[in-house]
Design a binder for this molecule. Sequence first.
Ligand code: ADP
Length: 582
Amino acid sequence: MRKKLLAALLTATMTAALCVPASAEGMIPGAYRVSEQGFGGDVTVLMTVNESEILDVQITGENETPNLGAVAVEEMDDQILKAQSPTVDGVSGATVTSTAIITAATAALEMAGADISAMESAAADAQANTKRTEEALSTDIVIIGAGGAGMSAAIEATQAGKEVILLEKMPYAGGNTTKATGGMNAAETHYQEEQGIEDSVEQFIEDTMKGGHEMNDKELVTTMAANSADSIDWLDSIGAPLPKVSFSGGATNARIHAPEDGSGVGEYLVDAFLRNLDELGIEVMYNTKAEELIVTDGAVTGVKAASDETDYTIEAKAVILATGGFGANEEMYTKYRPDLKGTVTTNAPGATGDGIVMAEEVGADLVDIDQIQLHPTVEQSTSILITESVRGDGAILVNQSGKRFTNELLTRDVVSAAELEQEGQYAYIIFDQKLRDNLKAIEKYVKNNITVQGDTIEELAEQIDVDPATLAETLDTWNEAVADQEDKEFGRDTGMENDLTTAPYYAIKVAPGIHHTMGGVKIDTEAEVINTEGETIPGLFAAGEVTGGVHGGNRIGGNAVADIVVFGRIAAASAVAFCDAQ
Ligand code: ADP
């Protein structure tokens, strides 16, 4: 890591600081500033100490990812101050930023002459001696998980006049929702109408069923499709419009709704949801993990949860599970799918299946639990997912021989399987400057150094060790197909609005990664959780990736966001009705 000492010492000189023998008690009082390379730019730690204590920590890093690295910048000053040690947990999921902060804080303390290992062991002793406290809370509805489904539910339930407690085990909200890059599928929306796009709820249902290999629960699919336009209106009403409508894999018509400015739908919605939570006075209980559902006389009546210091017993009239899937829990996904051992995951670290385990413990039935989706365009060294919009906007996939091998916009499972049949089980996604200019998401890929660039197709081919003549021929054939609107080779008929002729050209090496766990807790169309006897479990509702049935054997792009918003809101409405009936 690049280390940069910007300015040092207010009350001591740097020379003095560096000459001091390291000791826990013998620091040179002063302020020490060190910068390190974070995820989006420099993060800087300004550490103020006296002889024996850290007095103040200030961390800055304007370019870190919102709701992720930015949380580390915001939170870790307190962590370090409280621990009196630079070696703190940091924020999982924001590893690069956390590590940069720990490294900078350690360097600053070393400048002050601190004995870092003495500090670490004193912090470990203090931690071991911390006494846990117990707290009892009571509310109308507990919502577990502050991802898209949980936050939609929290907003809806609060708007309906109920008091909610929203638990989030991570120090930040958003879960896998933050990572959604495409958009939200919805049919018969006012945006489609305004843009002259013909679509229907029936076609949406048909596409979803077909994409899911007809394994989906058709009633749940119908509920999602029929309520999708209303959820687009609801998003308008909470200041999160999705007006940009385009094609996405598996959809017959232009149906995926995205933010106007081309930003990733997940980050955009999570920001909007957080703003709404703030306005409604809903506080997320961060770093608080739900561990067990409380059952009284067969009904779920609360949740046991724990933070670092406190064990909570939360009594509630209803509980909504919105804990997401289990794509980040290798032990759990290999239990259901041993063949996936060692596959990289695109999932947020909180996606460990807790809600599925908790629901099972109270008798919930599970559906399609072994249905796990691979996403075909994941950069393997960073697990960064290359959004489907890149292909939707015109990119192609080629193998190491420089040849296309599939219709790039078939469903994710089909494209992933096709990739796994290629030499080396990977592919390159190829696009041009025009596509980059029109899709903001690409800047992130460039910033993370996962793109390779060439001023000509041949130059690009050389960089990725592909035969230049073959790649040039592939591009020529493809550009003719776009001009003729006919892909003779693979029958692709969507995402053909733009040819690939504007230099420079780009490639990203991709392979499949675990993306979505389609299976989960069984629910009905009211988002009530169903037990193994086929009956509802009173007081327990679930929405989003924690549930199974909506996506069947394969989720099509744009349906995760539709699922979380539609069913998050339904779970809230059902929980509200359940509270009112008591
Ligand atoms: P969805 O798309 O269904 O909303 P997400 O993955 O976006 O799912 O969000 C799920 C959220 O639930 C994540 O923020 C995750 O950290 C949180 N979560 C998972 N398990 C627990 C738990 N046991 N207690 C509290 N929060 C949890």
